[in-house]
Design a protein around this ligand. Structure first.
Ligand code: HC1
Ligand code: SF4
Length: 562
């Protein structure tokens, strides 16, 4: 706690870790490339320099505030300095802005405009480097990289994966993978958190928009959408709405305008997952074997577990993710005679997540060689499609999802936020169906934005211990504790992205804790508004178990067993 003088104004600070945070809190927008409040301070881009009262320049991101300190943020010296940095960055940057997919959302472009760069005085020195587009989720274009290191730190500090790093020296400095391999060939888990922090077009979502248009224009295809829980509280941000604003009705309307034949909610798939996973857990608890059970619905976590802890794979639930379960159910349902008009059924999943593209393409998720989810379009891609087609999103009248999967439960929707899977499973176990039981579960410890949460519940006279983690680095820490015998759990929910799917890399950017909190609030608001709270109370689920799943329940599991 103290006071500083910023640009001649007295400003109070409390627990801000650096001058930059105090400056921004004072309403001054100092440009930065390499500063992210949730990552370690790197101090490389030098854009956040300020001048003290003696005329010395200091990086505000790496300097803590001091009582009585006086700084200036926009002197002539600083302006010149920032312009020079921008010019040098632009000199080595592939400047095809008109066709760059990041155009309009690029920080380099935005800051160059703000600091008034009109021309670049230096010539291009670097030769063109190959673009890595082999992977299913992320495209890496080193020609657009400005060496801020944000992706390196996100991959290491959030996920503990660390497949990106600096290589070479001086003017040859690059961010790359080991031996400059494709992300596809290293242990990248496709989470896309590197792209969330990338200020330019160096890391981009691998888009499937053109493939989606092709399917939509083909009269011989019935194109069916399923919408993930987290998409509805974030897509509005790309149309100027507040994070957390619920846009499900508008998404449904937009998809119909785009030509989708049927529109469903992935939360129905989540209801199936709840029932299958809760039963699997109870079975293991009774047998006292293969505990803790880990959730399996996050594809980045699943890949990470396969790579890093293959011995734990028998502890990972055999349940397919809600997206895959629902894809299989939709394909089964539309195979039935009354729907078969000689059209090929194409399931397109609208997801907040880049790794879902990888999951949908995994060969073992196909049945008889047929993909159950044919394509994955991220929230951002859908927003682009809506804009490209001149659909005025904010003016769309809300529309409802289609039958026969027209009902969803709150339990299915809360999957989109960290802790949601656990809360939904607990709802299923509880005998009492009243509001106070629901409230009790919500206060059990599963909710909140902490990286590691713990909850206990009494079920059938047993105490069930639940761990909830988001961020694979947090998961790794917990796994190590379990292996050392310092922790014991019955169930562990793991989501790779901060806050769960609401913080997925397919969602609009910028993302930060505040944005994620608002999105989480939106998810819980949807839950509150739905009359059905528990997965097993959803009549759609009952109809499915007595219908297409009657003799087919195995299609919901990865090993084909139940
Ligand atoms: Fe998720 Fe899931 S919650 S993984 O975050 O289990 O992506 O939203 O669709 O499959 O339902 C994502 C979200 C999503 C699945 C569900
Ligand atoms: Fe690392 Fe995730 Fe980016 Fe892969 S997608 S490089 S794992 S941050």
């Amino acid at each position: 706690m103290g006071t500083m003088i910023i640009d001649g104004q007295l400003v109070e600070y409390t627990d801000e870790k650096n001058i930059l945070a105090v400056i921004r809190r004072a309403g001054i927008e100092l440009p930065t490339f390499c500063y992210h409040s949730e990552l370690s301070v790197y101090g490389a881009c030098r854009m956040c320099m300020v001048e003290d009262k003696w005329g010395s320049t200091i990086t505000s991101c790496s300097t803590p505030p001091k009582d009585g300190m006086e700084v200036w943020t926009n002197t002539d010296k600083l302006k010149k300095h920032r312009k020079m940095i921008l010019e040098l960055l632009l000199a080595n940057h592939d400047r095809d802005c008109t066709t760059c997919e990041k155009s309009g959302r690029c920080k380099l472009q935005e800051i160059a405009l703000k600091v008034g760069v009109k021309k670049v005085r230096f010539g291009q020195e670097k030769k063109e480097m190959p673009i890595d587009d082999l992977g299913p989720s992320i495209i890496r274009n080193p020609n657009k990289c400005i060496l801020c290191g944000d992706c390196v730190r996100a991959c290491q500090e959030i996920q503990g994966v660390g497949v990106l790093d600096f290589a070479y020296r001086g003017s040859n400095l690059q961010v790359t993978t080991a031996f400059n391999k494709s992300l596809q060939e290293v242990d990248c888990v496709n989470c896309g958190q590197c792209r969330v922090v990338c200020p330019t077009g160096a890391l981009m979502i691998k888009k499937d928009i053109d493939r989606a248009y092709e399917a939509l224009q083909n009269k011989n295809k019935r194109v069916i959408a399923q919408i993930a829980p987290a998409v509805r509280v974030a897509i509005g941000e790309d149309f100027g709405l507040q994070p957390g604003q619920i846009s499900m009705g508008k998404i449904v309307a937009a998809l119909r305008k785009l030509g989708f034949d049927q529109v469903f909610d992935t939360a129905v798939g989540a209801d199936l997952t709840v029932i299958e996973e809760a039963e699997e857990l109870m079975d293991r608890i009774q047998r006292k074997e293969k505990l803790p059970l880990f959730s399996s619905c996050c594809p980045s976590w699943f890949k990470y577990a396969e790579q890093k802890h293959p011995e734990l794979m028998e502890n990972v639930s055999s349940c397919l993710s809600p997206m895959q379960m629902f894809g299989a159910v939709i394909k089964e349902q539309f195979k039935k005679e009354k729907f078969s008009e000689e059209k090929e059924n194409i399931v397109i999943a609208i997801m907040p997540c880049t790794a879902k593209k990888y999951e949908a393409a995994r060969p073992e998720n196909a049945i008889n060689g047929e993909r159950q989810v044919d394509m994955v379009i991220t929230t951002q891609e859908l927003a682009i499609m809506i804009q490209e087609n001149g659909i005025v999103f904010n003016e769309l009248e809300d529309e409802a999802i289609d039958m026969p999967f027209g009902f969803t439960s709150g339990a299915g929707v809360i999957f989109g936020v960290s802790g949601g899977v656990s809360e939904a499973v607990l709802r299923y176990y509880y005998k009492e169906r009243n509001a106070s039981a629901l409230k009790g579960i919500s206060y059990s410890g599963v909710r909140g934005m902490e990286g590691v949460k713990e909850a206990t519940a009494e079920i059938d006279g047993r105490t069930v211990r639940i761990g909830v983690v988001h961020g694979l680095k947090n998961a790794e820490k917990l796994i190590r504790k379990i292996k050392r015998g310092e922790e014991k759990f019955d169930f562990i929910e793991v989501m790779a992205c901060p806050g769960g799917c609401i913080g997925g890399a397919g969602q609009p950017i910028p993302q930060n804790e505040n944005v994620r909190k608002l999105r989480a609030k939106g998810i819980y608001k949807v839950d509150k508004s739905l009359p059905i709270k528990r997965s097993d109370d959803n009549p759609t689920i009952d109809a499915l178990y007595n219908g297409v799943l009657n003799s087919n329940r195995h299609i919901l599991h990865r090993d084909g067993k139940h």
